[in-house]
Design a protein around this ligand. Structure first.
Ligand code: VGL
Ligand code: ZN
Length: 267
């Protein structure tokens, strides 16, 4: 049987949170302590132990995967995604509802093949053909160890809950939008195996950008055999040259569910 734990983060000023925190309060009243219940011979010794709300697994077969919520993808960053910062509070709330929280960081060496600056005469957002296929050239972003590559400071509660942080795009010769498989469609990050070993069967993806790293991660999660949902209102897109519509077409065809924050929190 699935048991839903009351939500812990109830402080956000959006209607869904207000509604859920009301429910959490209604469910959260602890039953009266029974003095002496822990004495030997008690019929139900388990009852005597105070149950820590946060100590048991929340949604053990689910993983919450928050993609690339890094400074360079936030407004003002090197590869800013418009309104990227708007997802942060809702990501913190979502993370509080899962025990299997995984974050990703785009984590490129300075000589990375996806940077236009590393191809003389080429400009950001042009494409070029590489041994593994077409590659969009990007402004220099998320260079390993740089401030732009750091996880956005507003994510502190999520970072605290994260079981793992996957860093991708480290091979100078291969890009990796996906948290699971690099752009050569061969090199794996190990995330699918990690999630499988935890007993995860369903992956909820969100973050930046919907049409690149979130979409590719969701598609590869499907290909790895997971049930997958993309949380649309906890993600924001780059959306150049119809990239968002094209991504959704592929996502739909692959069986990735498009869901909203409210229905994820409802379980
Ligand atoms: C991303 C372009 C290049 C992303 C990463 O996180 O969506 N997009 N690198
Ligand atoms: Zn990148």
């Amino acid at each position: 049987m699935l048991t839903r734990r009351p939500l812990l983060a109830a402080s956000l000023a959006v209607p869904v949170i207000a509604a859920l925190s009301g429910r959490a309060l209604a469910q959260g009243a602890p039953s009266e302590a029974t003095p002496g219940a822990s004495s030997p011979g008690n019929a139900n010794p388990a009852q005597a132990l105070p149950v820590e709300e946060t100590s048991s697994m929340q949604r053990p077969a689910d993983a919450f995967l928050a993609i690339d919520l890094q400074n360079d993808f936030m407004p003002g960053g090197a590869l800013a995604v418009a309104h990227g910062d708007e997802v942060v509070s809702v990501v913190n709330l979502l993370a509080s509802a899962f025990s299997n929280v995984v974050l990703t960081q785009d984590w490129h060496p300075a000589d990375h093949v996806s940077f236009a600056a590393n191809h003389p005469g080429r400009k950001p957002f042009e494409t070029m053909t590489l041994p593994y296929g077409e590659q969009t050239l990007w402004p220099v972003h998320c260079v390993q160890g740089s401030p732009g590559a750091e996880l956005y400071a507003g994510l502190k509660p999520t970072i605290k809950r994260a079981r793992a942080i996957v860093r991708k795009g480290q091979n100078p010769a291969i890009d990796s939008y996906s948290a699971f498989v690099e752009a050569d469609h061969k090199t794996k990050t190990g995330l699918a195996g990690y999630l499988r070993e935890l007993g995860v069967t369903r992956v909820y993806c969100c973050g930046l950008a919907t049409d690149y790293c979130v979409a590719w991660s969701a598609l590869d999660a499907r290909a790895a055999g997971f049930e997958v949902a993309l949380i649309d209102d906890a993600s924001r897109a780059i959306d150049r040259n119809g990239s968002l519509a094209a991504a959704w077409q592929q996502l739909r065809a692959a069986g990735v569910m498009r869901v909203g924050v409210e229905e994820v929190l409802r379980g």
